[in-house]
Ligand binder design. Structure first.
Ligand code: TYD
Length: 209
């Protein structure tokens, strides 16, 4: 069976993932690749509905445990409906956030939670990215960028600088833990220069197939 490539982008809020995901998709399409650009939470009809539940409302709306279930339910639907069919037909799937975000945003909320995220992911998701780009950025810069966006999806931005710092160092640890699939790039540079760094890493990965 044909198998495409599953590329995820991760990083703290305001790290520029969404912009970079779009630029990467455009470059790969220009090279002739069949690309599916998607995001989490969301990416399928059911998962987009869950997205509003988890990202809107007061910061204490859900416990971390309930969030793990909601994000994993959204991910399961997204994987079933969009990601696996696209990979099976040989496409490149670029996804703005995936299970690593749950490992960080929910999994670091209390010492016992990371294990729950991993177990639930093994049980219900199974698919792992072929390549994960971590856009590393100073937490204060990320927070300032995220705050200036002014959307209704601010449950996590409301948690402030301490959360951003914890997420940044957590992502760095995660990139060592899953060193076989993570590549780190510097998010504090011009978006086009950053896009070139990411494109070069992806091209290397595609060449090794
Ligand atoms: P996203 O739309 O990527 O926003 P941003 O562009 O600001 O990074 O993600 C929205 C929020 O959802 C973000 O604060 C991180 C959070 N999130 C989790 O807490 N767990 C998850 O599993 C995912 C995918 C996202």
């Amino acid at each position: 069976m044909a198998h495409g490539q599953f590329i995820t982008l991760e990083g703290i809020d305001g790290s520029g993932k969404s912009t970079q995901a779009k630029l990467l998709a455009a470059s790969l399409r220009a090279d002739g690749y069949d690309v599916v650009l998607t995001r989490e939470p969301g990416g399928s009809e059911g998962a987009e509905e869950i997205r509003s539940l988890v990202l809107e409302g007061s910061p204490d709306r859900w416990s971390a445990e309930t969030e793990i279930l909601l994000f994993t339910a959204a991910r399961r639907d997204h994987v079933e409906k969009l990601v696996l069919p696209a990979l099976a037909s040989g496409k490149i799937v670029i996804c703005d956030r995936f299970a690593d975000s749950t490992r960080m945003y929910q999994g670091l909320r209390a010492p016992h939670l990371r294990k729950i995220v991993d177990e639930l992911t093994d049980l219900m998701i199974q698919v792992e990215p072929d390549l994960t780009i971590l856009i590393d950025l100073d937490p204060e810069v990320g927070l300032a960028r995220a705050k200036s966006r002014n959307t209704s999806e601010e449950r996590f931005e409301d948690f402030g600088l301490d959360l951003q710092k914890k997420m940044q160092s957590g992502f760095l640890h995660l990139s060592s833990e899953f060193a076989h699939r993570f590549q780190r790039v510097n998010g504090d540079q011009d978006p086009n220069a950053l896009a070139q760094d990411i494109y070069a890493l992806v091209r290397d990965k595609l060449k090794c197939r």
